[in-house]
Design a protein around this ligand. Structure first.
Ligand code: HEC
Ligand code: HEC
Length: 200
């Protein structure tokens, strides 16, 4: 095969591959989110063991939310409760839920997206998570305003190889417990994600 043919074949394969995310319908997502808010909609609601607050979803990137749900559904990202929540969701339902949670205003953006004071330990993180903790790509999560103990939990999971991701595992590999605590406190202290509560 010549190079042009290889390129053309690759392009066709790329086009055939199912897209990871499509624009969802936030109104349908709102109806589906009712049960999710039993945990994600209660400020400070905790995962029992290990104990950490369930992540804030309001204002998170839609594409990241959808990827996370697909990860739980496929069993690639492990958490018993969330795998149980995601297992019966269709692709459309996942995209609708993602569109719903992403629709909430993100406080950093509302505040004009001002960069936080620089922090040396976060010097490498800004390339992907932004100077204000907002993910710079649609599939890269916003960290600003996320619960401190959830951020700690996530970083430990990447470091210990429990949560697998090709970009994050090497980033977390060299972090000490003290680094993880400092980074989690730094991002949690920024304005950003919100807890979305049930509408009355
Ligand atoms: C019983 C409580 C509970 C319910 C109900 C629940 N979740 Fe979760 N959710 C959690 C916990 C705890 C985590 C963190 C799990 C982990 O460590 O991976 C989580 C994680 C997530 C994440 C990953 C967030 C991130 O920043 O990576 C998404 C997305 C999510 N949940 C969406 C949903 C949706 C959508 C529903 C409803 C269909 C739902 N959850 C229902 C407890 C719950
Ligand atoms: C090369 C890009 C890149 C760099 C650099 C990077 N990250 Fe990430 N980060 C990602 C991606 C992509 C994800 C989502 C991975 C997944 O789906 O599990 C992520 C996920 C995370 C999460 C989990 C968020 C959640 O809601 O569950 C935390 C916490 C995090 N990163 C912190 C950091 C910190 C702290 C640094 C610097 C030490 C850093 N990252 C550097 C790309 C990056």
């Amino acid at each position: 095969m010549n190079l042009a043919l290889i390129r053309a074949t690759l392009l066709v394969l790329l086009l055939l591959a199912a897209p990871l995310w499509a624009e969802g319908d936030p109104d349908r997502g709102e109806a589906l989110a009712y049960s999710c808010l039993g945990c994600h909609g209660i400020e400070g609601y905790r995962n029992a063991y290990p104990s950490f607050r369930v992540p804030k979803l309001g204002g998170q990137k839609a594409e990241y939310l959808a990827a996370a749900l697909r990860g739980y559904r496929a069993g690639e990202r492990q958490h018993g409760t969330m795998q149980g929540q995601a297992v019966s969701l269709s692709d459309q339902e996942i995209d609708d839920l993602a569109a719903y949670f992403a629709r909430f205003p993100n406080e950093t953006i509302a505040a004009g997206g001002e960069p936080a004071p620089p922090f040396d330990k976060a010097a490498t993180c800004v390339a992907c998570h932004g100077p204000n903790g907002i993910g710079v790509q649609p599939a890269w999560p916003t960290l600003a305003g996320q619960h401190e103990d959830y951020l700690e939990h996530s970083l430990r999971q990447y470091r210990d190889g429990v949560r697998k991701n090709a970009l994050m595992m090497p980033m977390a590999a060299g972090l000490s417990d003290a680094d993880i605590k400092a980074l989690a406190a730094y991002y949690a202290g920024m304005k950003g994600l919100t807890t979305t509560t049930k509408r009355d």
